[in-house]
Design a protein around this ligand. Structure first.
Ligand code: FAD
Length: 571
């Protein structure tokens, strides 16, 4: 009974038009599927466009000794060995081909003198590995994929938000959503769906993420019955802006350190010497973030509560050429000229390593016909992501998801959309107009305060239990959230649904963080400060069981002998 709704039908529906969604759409189309692509903002505005530093791929254009094996080992070490090793292997092996393909489709990278794609150093990468376009790599990536996808014939639905997946028994039948402009409902029939909706940064107060990062895809998948994996691993990027307050959290790309930036405390001490004397500023993000946080906590922070990051020892013209966005960002927003003095920086919530559990080869979730790729999916990065490994992740696993979804759709019959589920989805969206509880903005602020202060860089049992209590108290408030006005472009109304997703996924993060009694990568428990061997062999799995959130542990799949040998040899 879809007669009442505007309805579209495709073999494969992609939710999300960032790098992962676009790459999936291109591949599904190449596989012969009719492809629809939905995104809640305008095409080209996805979070991917903000990516600055580069794409990690072992192309060996600058450091000839680089190859996939070293990239694999770096990724596993960075992720503290909790990564899905098969994903890490496929990622390292396929990333160079995905970048070359991007170049063939028209992407213009910075170049070496001999005309190859230039690569820069980044934290945790043994070799210069990040292919880049100044500090605007994401823009070039999305422009290229978008041109390619649109030219190949993807049906694009912009400013359209999906709020529910519609099931057919155990499988997938379609999705329900609304047009942001008119508020009218719309349904999509599809044989297979790829979720590529990104992360959850907007659940924290200080974040580098845009308004779109409200955990929608993870919540959609969970509500449809999919497993979520290792949700405790949330990356706090070490360098966000700390001043002025209006731009707190805005990212200061790792490329600043990649190009030689030095971190100092207020006494002028280069404090990374204490934390990672070998790699210094190019240590992994978890280590650098904790180092800055500790300097501030121990009274050695800058006037606005951060650390100094200085690139002014490099020639001014070089800084402007390699870091143009950073130059303008600081000049315009903070009145700081980074070619002549230091920036003030501090940790900011940046990236979600946890997410929808997927199969390494096909990116299929635990629901047949439902796939996930990019930041919404989990596994590749383990306990901590290396910079540059997200953009390559989008290309490698976006492609795999699109390919597998198109193949799945070929043999799937497709089914009618269940009217009862559509009615539930509609009622859910209309309910806030009938409630008389609070407006969504206050509840969102309280959620952010809770996650920032109790589920941040350093965690302990007391804070996490406290956070769970706070989240519990937010539930009735979210269930009674009210909104005024009409359905015509009403951002407050949109937030009522986003809040539900953020609250749900914040709970998943907190429960997983409480369970993992060790410190590993981005998850730092001050009451369990060391790595624990047993936990190192365990994934946390979250799923919905009889209406409640259930958490269980599953053993990490054993790595084959050849990969174990590789890691042992490169210690
Ligand atoms: C400032 C910044 C700089 C970064 N720099 C780098 C870098 O240099 N290198 C690197 O590797 N990584 C970097 N990252 C990380 C990387 O950019 C992201 O992890 C990556 O772009 C995520 O891509 P994605 O395709 O998964 O999601 P996104 O690009 O965020 O796309 C998500 C899409 O989903 C849509 N969407 C969301 N919810 C819904 C819904 N309910 N219905 C319909 N559509 C929906 C959105 O509209 C959007 O189109 C950076 C991140 C930030 C914030």
């Amino acid at each position: 009974m879809t007669a009442n709704y505007e309805t579209h039908e495709h073999d494969v529906l992609i939710i999300g038009a960032g790098g992962a969604g676009l790459r999936a759409a291109i591949e599904a189309l190449a596989g012969g599927a009719r492809v629809g692509l939905v995104c809640k903002s305008l095409l080209g505005k996805a979070h991917t466009v903000m990516a600055e530093g580069g794409i990690a791929a072992a192309m060996a254009n600058v450091d000839k000794a680089d190859d996939w094996r070293t990239h694999f080992c770096d990724t596993m070490r960075g992720g503290k060995f909790l990564n899905n090793w098969r994903m890490a292997q496929l990622h390292a092996q396929e990333a160079p081909e995905r970048v070359r393909e991007l170049e063939q489709w028209g992407a213009l990278f910075d170049r070496t003198d001999s005309g190859d794609i230039l690569q820069r150093a980044f934290g945790g990468h043994t070799f210069k590995r990040l292919c880049h376009v100044g500090d605007r790599t994401g823009l070039e990536l999305i422009r290229t994929l978008q041109d390619r996808g649109v030219q190949q014939g993807i049906d694009v639905f912009m400013e359209c938000t999906i709020t529910r997946l519609i099931k057919d028994g155990d499988g997938i039948a379609g999705a329900f959503g609304y047009w942001r402009e008119t508020g009218r409902f719309v349904v999509f029939k599809a044989k297979a769906i790829v979720i590529a909706t990104g992360g959850i940064g907007k659940a924290w107060k200080i974040t580098s993420n845009s308004w779109e990062y409200t955990a929608d895809g993870m919540a959609l998948a969970y509500e449809a019955g999919a497993d979520l994996l290792d949700m405790e691993f949330v990356q706090f990027h070490p360098t966000g802006m700390v001043w002025p307050p209006g731009v707190q959290g805005l990212l200061v790309t790792e490329a600043v350190r990649g190009e030689g930036g030095i971190l100092r405390n207020k006494n002028g001490e280069r404090f990374m010497e204490k934390h990672d004397p070998k790699r210094m500023e190019l240590s992994t993000r978890d280590v650098v973030a904790r180092a800055i946080y500790s300097e501030v906590r121990e009274g050695r922070g800058t006037p606005h509560g951060g650390a100094f990051l200085d690139i002014s020892h490099q020639p001014a013209e070089y800084v402007k050429k390699k870091l143009p966005s950073m130059y303008h960002q600081f000049k315009e927003l903070a009145d700081v000229d980074i070619t002549s003095g230091p920036m003030e920086v501090g940790p900011t919530c940046h990236y979600m390593m946890g997410g929808i559990r997927v199969d390494a080869e096909t990116a299929q979730s635990t629901i047949p016909g439902l796939y996930a790729a990019g930041e919404a999916a989990a596994g590749l990065h383990g306990a901590n992501r290396l910079g540059g490994n997200s953009l390559s992740d989008l290309l490698v696993f976006g492609r795999r998801a699109g390919k597998a979804a198109a193949e799945y759709a070929k043999s799937a019959a497709g089914s009618a959309l269940d009217s009862a589920q559509l009615e539930v989805a509609e009622r859910e969206m209309l309910a806030p107009f009938e409630h008389n509880g609070e407006y969504p903005y206050e509840i969102h602020r309280d959620l952010q305060e809770t996650m920032q202060s109790l589920v941040g860089i350093f965690r302990n049992e007391k804070d996490l239990r406290n956070a769970l209590e706070h989240l519990e108290q937010l539930k009735p408030r979210v269930n009674q959230v009210r909104i005024d006005g009409s359905r015509m472009f009403n951002p407050g109304w949109h937030l009522t649904r986003d809040l539900k997703s953020m609250l749900l996924i914040s709970e998943a993060v907190t429960r997983s963080a409480l369970a993992r009694q060790e410190s590993r990568g981005a998850h730092s428990r001050i009451d369990y400060p060391k790595l624990d061997e047993a936990w190192g062999k365990m994934n946390n799995i979250i799923s919905e069981q009889g209406g409640t959130m259930a958490l269980r542990q599953e053993a990490v799949r054993e790595m084959p002998a050849d990969l174990q040998k590789l890691l042992a040899e490169t210690k």
